[in-house]
Design a protein around this ligand. Structure first.
Ligand code: SF4
Length: 497
């Protein structure tokens, strides 16, 4: 989600050994942390090379600095084992952050823009749970999966074509993936220069699995929770919460850094945004990072009735700011956090991603279930991942992102608190899906596309959320830009006079 290019220079001057020596000594690490924060401040706030709205860069600076602090805390508490620390330096810092810009150069020179930084891949639809409203509509009865050969080809291709060494794995349940005698552990081992974030329900993270993840050092699990025991068991099944706590314990014992991910509906949103929630998962259980995904009306039994209300969404935006500024944690809402990601990152945007599911169907985003290519066919004919980027749907969305804000002057950037083409600007999404002939990824997506009430409901939702958040956007993000420009103009007129 974040373009790490900016902090590349921070690490470049250190070798892995020097960095490891730094990180294992508390005093030296504290000093390094301060230097790191200063450098982040210089890059985001002082230099702001892409001339984003200052408030956008301030939020991004805060989030990155919170992440550094949390990692520092985890190293002090021994929550990241020395073995994992070394592996993370090698796999994440050396292979993902350092040299990214150089690895992207051939693509940039050929196509005139930066490639996506990562892909999200769901290798299997199979899952051991049957959660209410699952976006992937997964269950134990579903066996669709990518073959191991295709999966390998995807990871190799993104590395070769885009210099991308970061991959997100999603579900079904990734730990249930099995193909031709291979599991995901084979993939993690084979691509030890790639860093993986794996969304998982956590129920299969035994002591052995945690130990294996520690040995590999290039995977961080993001475990799904819905709130506390009541909310989690209600959606995911009885007893799941206790199994998740066991998974946390196993990961802590093995010293593997982990995060959480939570789906916000209008019924659990107050819990997710509460201090109690943060105290429990971040302070007590030791999560390093957290993602909030607002329930998206796609997937099993999709319904607009679960979507957080516009008023709740506004509350979430304010609470997210509070978490970032006051609780100093990395807890980011995938939608309201639009300023942090500089808007929508789908459709293979520079620094962004696109999605590939278990059938090999490639779509702009996990939450945009209309596909434009079958990766299995591309693999068979000897094609490239880059050809997917050139599909009219992805190109249209990227053009929309650029016009919305990504390529606009700071004072003209549109409201990033509502950044999502499919959720907040459905009229655009609907039009572009129909125009470019993208195909629904499943029956639910087809029904949604043909459901007039759904369409009207989402369009109205977008308008209502914009009405509530536009004044904040204008006041906090845009007016300071206009004021600064006017001041500059005033000064230059005075000089001229
Ligand atoms: S399409 Fe929506 S959910 Fe997907 S990256 Fe863009 S803003 Fe986020």
């Amino acid at each position: 989600m974040f373009n790490f290019l900016r902090i590349e220079n921070l690490w470049k001057s250190f070798s892995a050994e020097v960095l490891d020596t730094f990180l294992k000594q508390d005093l030296v690490r504290k000093w390094a942390l301060k230097q790191g924060e200063k450098e982040l401040y210089r890059i985001f706030i002082v230099e702001n090379p892409d001339k984003r709205p200052k408030k956008v860069e301030e939020l991004r600076y805060r989030v990155m600095s919170n992440l550094l602090r949390t990692v520092d805390k985890a190293l002090s508490d021994g929550r990241i084992s020395p073995q994992v620390r070394k592996a993370v330096i090698k796999n994440f810092v050396e292979n993902v952050i350092i040299g990214e810009s150089d690895r992207q150069k051939p693509f940039r020179e050929k196509y005139g823009f930066d490639p996506p930084t990562f892909l999200t891949i769901s290798p299997t639809k199979h899952c051991n749970l049957h959660c209410k409203g699952c976006y992937a509509a997964s269950s134990a009865k579903d066996y669709e999966k990518l073959s191991y050969d295709v999966l390998k080809w995807i990871i190799e291709s993104k590395r070769k074509e885009w210099g991308s060494n970061f991959t997100v794995i999603s579900g079904g349940e990734p730990l249930m993936y099995e193909s031709d005698g291979h599991t995901l552990f084979d993939l993690f081992e084979e691509f030890n220069d790639t860093y993986f974030m794996m969304y998982t329900n956590g129920t299969l993270i035994t002591k052995e699995v945690a130990k294996r993840l520690a040995e590999l050092g290039n995977v961080t699990p993001a475990i799904s929770v819905e709130g506390f025991e009541k909310e989690t068991d209600e959606r995911r099944g009885k007893g799941v919460f206790k199994r998740i706590l066991k998974a946390f314990e196993n990961l802590r014992e093995a010293g593997v850094p982990f995060g959480i991910s939570a789906t916000a509906t209008r019924y659990n949103v107050d819990t997710l945004m509460s201090d109690k929630f943060v105290d429990f998962y971040f302070e007590k259980e030791g999560a390093i990072y957290g993602w909030i995904f607002q329930y998206m009306p796609i997937g099993r039994s999709f319904t607009l009735d679960l979507v957080v209300t516009p008023e709740q969404r506004l509350m979430m935006y304010k609470r997210e700011e509070y978490m970032i500024y006051n609780r100093n944690i990395f807890l980011v809402d995938f939608w309201n956090g639009g300023p942090i990601s500089v808007g929508c990152i789908s459709a293979g945007r520079s620094g962004g991603y696109f999605f590939i599911d278990w059938n090999g169907h490639a779509s702009p985003c996990v939450f945009f279930p209309y596909y434009v290519a079958d990766v299995n066919e591309i693999y068979k004919k000897g094609g490239t991942l880059t050809e997917i980027l050139m599909h009219p749907l992805l190109k249209s969305i990227r053009a929309w992102q650029n016009a919305y804000g990504y390529k606009r002057e700071a004072k003209d950037v549109k409201n990033y608190i509502v950044p999502c083409p499919i959720r907040d600007h459905y009229k655009f999404a609907y039009g572009v899906i129909c125009k470019t002939g993208a195909k629904p990824m499943d029956k639910n997506a087809e029904e949604a596309l043909n459901d007039e009430k759904y369409r009207e409901g989402l369009i109205k939702y977008g308008k209502d959320v914009a009405k509530l958040t536009d004044p904040i956007w204008k006041k906090d993000y845009i007016e300071p830009e206009i004021k600064e420009e006017e001041e500059k103009k005033g000064k230059s007129i005075k000089k001229g006079a």
